[in-house]
Design a protein around this ligand. Structure first.
Ligand SMILES: [Zn+2]
Ligand SMILES: [Zn+2]
Length: 726
């Protein structure tokens, strides 16, 4: 018997889809991409319709009916196609990918709550209670969300209702999510000749509605954002929308403010939303209420109805790669999406990834160059401090060089600003026994504990385990504990002593955990309420503060010691990026870099502004060893509570992988670099193939053989195009 049968993807590892009968009342009502309720293993679950048609029912068992359709949630067909591609390429089930791409609040059908916005009534002079008056005084002139206002005025929603009743403020239910805005610099409306020619090149493709991938290769401060805005405006004028991805949530407020000044219907898409806000935003975006969606990795799956242009800013950033299922790379998937949609895509960077540079050199991507800083400002002058000599001079384990301190005092005197990067948080990264020399390790992870002085705790930065700092050594029970090395917490303390009066703000995961934390810290810096930002890589990226004339980098060469083929590339990018934060205004900037290996090519090339030299040398190495972009990788990871069981399954499945090799190389399996993480023992292995296509062919052979599966005690995972290899 033939019936209308729908394949529904449910969030369930391993299996892709399950078939259900479309009952008569739903026939003609149901479309691909609809969210439906179904019964699965006697539970009511939600899934998406990914196939539908008239088919013969199986005879061996009876299909169940779809229970019902969720109103208001439908994936656009183009997005569904992208997700199918991604699930196949990254080797997870369609249901797992959908669960990662569609916010839980949307899938769960969370009630949509409107955003309430508060605005002061200008010139209000009525009588108020002292409490009301204080709350009113705490509010800024511009509109802000009820949540932000409550936080700012330290009071509850009822007080604002009373203020509204008295006419002191207006409460408006808004459909969009408003953020407190950073005061953006005056927008320059005229494009430089370089910017104009970049815009013209892409505009020709926009007009012809044809596809091309561009690398917008612009030095830091060259005004890539202005190019994005001009092109987005053209796309919007043609009735379509623009998707703009960026790597860090920290960058959104600054960029959002700039975008909204030209494109009012800009939506910000990131993780710091409540469920209600998220569900609301999803529906509004799907309905076409927004012209531009700005967001991190997951914004790629914003259900825009008619995308005309995709932009991936800072395309080299590793945070585009998701490190949990689905393990997609948002930049790579964005290129696939643009190709499927037939629209142009721009990958922007001052320090493009070697993959992208290779694609540009082989003419797969077109290059648009921005070589000058239109708002003035030369690239910063580099000063390299050899810390071996410095330690010798200071006759101690020097952490901060005299060079950096002298310049920091100058910045303070002249009323300028500085940014100092130390990519390690806490007080000290190592706590050890003075008697036996044993370092304090996390009991869940093969990682040393970090000392946090304010809390007097030792913490593991991998699993967040924390306990009080021990007085005596837990290993020998005798020795007192001592700390070694410096983290951001200690650096702030040391700088405050060395440069009296310097107003310092720390920016790392310890100081910006709260919602909107970044925005507040950066706003204070933008308004000149602090002189110096000290932080981890959060301070290195994309920030644009014209009064910053000094950038300091501590331990610049340390990341080179990480055993990873991308270590050199990452170090180069980090130093070039943070150096680019200096001298963006009219006063020239300096970057002081402290390192032990002052000859390291990644460091020298980043400071001397020699990208070509670095890229040539690095590509040569990659080619020699067959690493991306000259080859493809897939990593297999086994983890479990029993070391013996993990080893046993890894070795057994390693044999299966080995039997499938046809010219690829299998590295391992063996214990992972991080052999114990969050209480789980880990083994890994990697296939190195001549190309990404060859990796996929290998995985197809593996699937044809039945694939590899987790056991009841050992979890098996697969990571296509891995970025973390430890
Ligand atoms: Zn000891
Ligand atoms: Zn741990």
């Amino acid at each position: 018997m033939e019936s209308i049968i729908a394949d529904v993807a449910i969030d369930c590892p391993g299996r892709d889809c399950f078939s259900y009968r479309v009952p008569a009342p739903l026939q003609g009502q149901l479309e691909l991409g609809d969210c439906v309720d179904v019964e699965f293993n006697r539970r009511r679950l939600r899934g998406f319709v990914v196939e539908m048609g008239l088919r013969v029912e199986p005879t061996a068992y009876a299909l169940k009916d779809i229970i019902g359709k969720r109103p208001g949630v439908q994936l656009p067909a183009a997005l569904l196609r992208l997700i199918r591609w991604g699930a196949h390429y990254y080797r997870c089930s369609l249901g797992e990918f959908l669960a990662g791409a569609v916010p839980a609040a949307v899938r769960a059908g969370t009630a949509v709550t409107p955003q309430v916005t508060i605005r002061k009534v200008a010139g209000y002079s009525g009588a108020l209670t002292p409490k009301q008056a204080a709350a009113l005084a705490a509010l800024p002139d511009e509109a802000l969300s009820l949540g932000a206002a409550q936080e700012l005025a330290q009071c509850d929603g009822a007080l604002f209702k009373r203020l509204a009743a008295r006419g002191a403020i207006t409460l408006v239910e808004e459909r969009t999510i408003l953020e407190r805005r950073l005061s953006a610099r005056e927008e320059r409306f005229s494009l430089s000749p370089e910017q104009q020619s970049a815009v013209d090149a892409v505009a020709a493709n926009l007009a012809a509605r044809s596809q091309a991938t561009y690398l917008l290769y612009g030095i830091t401060g060259s005004g890539k954002t202005l190019v994005y805005i001009e092109l987005a405006l053209q796309v919007i004028a043609s009735g379509r929308q623009c998707l703009l991805l960026l790597p860090e949530i920290a960058l959104t407020p600054q960029l959002a403010a700039r975008l909204r000044s030209r494109i009012p219907r800009t939506a910000v898409w990131h993780s710091a939303f409540t469920d209600g806000e998220r569900a609301l935003l999803w529906r509004e975006v799907a309905a076409g209420s927004f012209d531009l969606v700005l967001g991190t990795r997951s914004a790629l799956f914003a259900p825009l109805p008619a995308i005309g242009l995709i932009i991936v800013d800072e395309e080299h950033e590793q945070s585009y790669k998701q490190e949990s299922v689905p393990r997609y790379h948002a930049r790579d998937l964005a290129v696939v999406y643009a190709t499927q949609l037939g629209v142009p895509i721009i990958l922007g960077s001052a320090t493009p990834s070697l993959e992208t540079v290779h694609n540009a050199r082989t003419r797969r991507y077109q290059v648009l160059s921005l070589r000058s800083r239109p708002l003035g400002g030369a690239l910063p002058t580099p000063v390299v401090v050899d810390m071996r000599e410095e330690c010798h001079r200071q006759k101690a384990q020097a952490q901060i060089s005299q060079e950096l301190l002298t310049r920091l005092r100058g910045v303070k005197t002249r009323g300028e600003q500085a940014i100092i990067l130390l990519n390690r948080r806490g007080w000290s990264p190592v706590v050890m026994c003075q008697a036996c020399g044993e370092a304090l390790m996390c009991t869940n992870c093969a990682i040393s504990m970090t000392y946090h002085k304010a809390a007097n705790q030792v913490r593991c930065h991998y699993c967040d385990a924390a306990r009080a700092m021990p007085r005596t050594c837990p290993a020998c029970g005798v020795g007192p504990m001592t700390t070694s090395g410096m983290g951001t917490e200690q650096l702030v303390h040391a700088l405050a002593q060395e440069v009296p009066g310097l107003r310092i703000q720390r920016v790392d995961a310890d100081t910006v955990s709260e919602r909107q934390g970044h925005a507040k810290l950066f706003q204070a810096f933008a308004e000149g309420r602090s002189d110096c930002l000290v932080g981890t890589q959060m301070v290195a990226k994309g920030l644009d503060f014209p009064r910053v004339t000094l950038v300091g980098v501590l331990g610049a060469d340390r990341s080179l010691a990480i055993p990873d083929f991308r270590a050199g590339e990452r170090t180069y990018q980090l130093i070039a990026q943070v150096a680019g934060r200096a001298g963006r205004g009219s006063t020239p900037g300096t970057v002081v870099v402290q390192a032990f290996d002052v000859q390291a090519p990644a460091l020298v090339c980043a400071l001397e502004h020699q990208p070509r030299t670095f890229v040539d040398a690095e590509l040569k190495l990659r080619k020699e060893y067959g690493y991306p972009p000259y080859g493809g990788l897939v990593r297999f990871l086994w983890s479990g509570e029993s070391a013996a069981q993990v080893q046993s399954l890894a070795e057994k499945q390693g044999d299966i992988l080995r039997a499938l090799l046809r010219g690829e190389t299998l590295l391992g399996p063996g214990p992972a670099g991080l052999a114990l993480l969050k209480g789980l023992h880990r083994w890994h292995g990697m296939i190195k193939a001549p190309s990404r296509g060859a990796v996929q062919a290998f995985l197809d052979r593996l699937v044809a053989q039945g694939g590899l599966k987790s056991s009841s005690t050992v979890r098996f995972a697969i990571d296509v195009d891995p970025y973390v290899t430890s």
